[in-house]
Design a protein around this ligand. Structure first.
Ligand code: ADP
Ligand code: MG
Length: 466
């Protein structure tokens, strides 16, 4: 404690360390993406705490052995000491340091200390589309007009943004209701706290009082309450007293209230008094916007990604934001590790995910060449026989080339296999794919057609798989 390194000294050390890292890394894009935003926050005896600029950057840096060992080397070079680096998200660091007034009230209580809201999930970076607009509106309502609809119940399949929305409520509520006490918690944590405090003796009264002091309760994944009779009865009491006192409650679940079997009926029937909204699979254009937001939030420049590569990520994860984010991170890792300094384009994606070749777009994805051709034909009003024939009229040739392009980008098929589908050789397919790819970059009407066709293909597969 006594000999804490001064801010100026930390800045000086880190500037030198960064110079070292930049030279050693020898990859400007990786450096700009991961290290440029970093700051050395503190040095303890053995640990160097480094702010990474964002939570995701912090994760990427911590999980990449190369980055970690390079950081150790750089610090050792400057300070002659071996520190183990701890990459953190600056926003959460400064939040902890500054102690904002809303946190004070919750932090004095021992309850739900592990239920921390995710500051990266906001309304601003929540992309809206037909699949989630109702839920988004309901969430905004909980902040702007608490108790107008109470409770608000949001249900959807996994990865469609429930946790994001609940955190967005938690993050924006205090600004509109200064001094308000907000609890965001997952049902698992809720059960843990219940077991810890309410079933014991001494704290149970304080625990009940704690809920009385809340202004808004955000409970994530209520389906986990299934079969937990004690917790469920306890929650029923809290629920009633909060609703009666006009305090907002927002609940999420992976299924609609009526399907929450194993949960007390009297509780479920109360949910019906409020507003129930669902979210469905995001459509390709919503997915694309989400992808763009995720790329920017990683501090990456969107220009580094070819439009084709973005489409590739969307198409290979139909409606699945979580796996799309996973693929994006994999690409960035590989790109950094291979010291790729060029753009990330379609070919780069194909190589990165070569192990999935042939499986099409994700494990459960039912898209195949036949469905693509079918959707293209119906869009251009031509027949499959025509598309597979030698006829070269404009409309038919266009449908053929677009089908080939989509087989390549959506299914990762080899040029040869695509050729077989259409009775063409692989060089014909190659030039069709590159021609449509070029047009997709500059020609807006081509972009619109491709988007619409892909939407139809995905819509069909959604209907199939649900
Ligand atoms: P759920 O809780 O429904 O399983 P999450 O809220 O955890 O889903 O979302 C999974 C990931 O997808 C998160 O990173 C989240 O930010 C992102 N995500 C989902 N929907 C959207 C959206 N509409 N806009 C921005 N990000 C989204
Ligand atoms: Mg969730």
């Amino acid at each position: 404690m006594g000999n804490e390194t001064s801010k100026e000294e930390l800045t000086r050390i880190w500037r030198k360390a960064l110079d070292y890292i930049e030279v050693e890394l020898n990859n400007q894009r990786s450096f700009d993406a991961y290290f440029d935003q970093t700051k050395l926050m503190s040095l303890s005896e053995t640990v160097a705490t480094i702010s990474a600029g964002s939570k995701i950057a912090a994760r990427i840096l911590s999980e990449n052995e190369g980055f970690v060992s390079l950081t150790i080397k750089a610090l050792k070079n400057v300070t002659q000491t071996e520190y183990s680096p701890r990459f953190i998200d600056e926003t959460s660091y400064s939040k902890k340091m500054k102690v904002d007034p809303v946190r004070v009230s919750t932090e004095t209580s021992p309850f739900f200390s592990s239920s921390i809201t995710n500051k990266d999930y906001n309304f601003d970076n929540f992309v809206t589309g037909p699949s989630n607009m109702d839920a988004y509106r309901a969430a905004v309502l909980a902040v702007s007009n608490p108790n107008a609809m109470n409770p608000i119940f949001i249900y959807s399949g996994t990865g469609f943004g429930k946790t994001h929305l609940l955190n967005a409520i938690a993050n924006s509520y205090p600004a509109q209701h200064p001094g308000a006490k907000v609890l965001y918690t997952n049902t698992d944590q809720f059960i843990d706290e219940f077991v810890k405090y309410a079933t014991g003796n001494s704290d149970s009264e304080a625990f009940k009082q704690y809920f009385k002091s809340l202004d808004i309760l955000l409970l994530d994944d209520i389906q986990f309450l299934k079969g937990k009779c004690g917790t469920s009865a306890f929650f029923f009491n809290i629920f009633n007293s909060m609703i009666n006192a006009g305090k907002q409650i927002v609940i999420t679940s992976d299924r609609r209230p009526a399907e929450l079997d194993g949960l007390e009926d009297r509780l479920v029937s109360r949910f019906a008094c409020g507003l129930s909204v669902s979210m469905s699979k995001p459509q390709p254009d919503t997915m694309l916007d989400i992808l763009k937001i995720k790329i920017s939030s990683l501090g990456m420049d969107l220009k580094l990604f070819d439009e084709d590569s973005l489409q590739y990520l969307v198409n290979h994860n139909p409606g699945n934001v979580r796996s799309m984010e996973g693929d994006l991170k994999k690409l960035l890792f590989l790109s950094a590790a291979s010291q790729n300094t060029g753009k990330i384009d379609l070919e780069y994606c194909r190589q990165a995910f070569a192990d999935r070749k042939g499986k099409g777009s994700g494990e459960r994805d039912p898209i195949n060449a036949g469905k693509i051709i079918n959707a293209v034909c119906s869009y251009y009003n031509v027949t499959e026989t025509q598309v597979k024939s030698k006829i070269r009229t404009l409309q038919i040739a266009m449908a053929r080339q677009i089908s080939m392009y989509l087989c390549r980008t959506m299914l990762d098929m080899s040029f040869k296999d695509i050729g077989k589908e259409f009775g063409r050789d692989h060089s014909t397919v190659m030039s069709a794919v590159s021609k449509i790819g070029d047009q997709a970059k500059s020609d807006r009407s081509m972009q619109a057609s491709l988007t619409e066709i892909q939407k139809r293909i995905s819509a069909k597969s959604v209907a199939k798989s649900s």
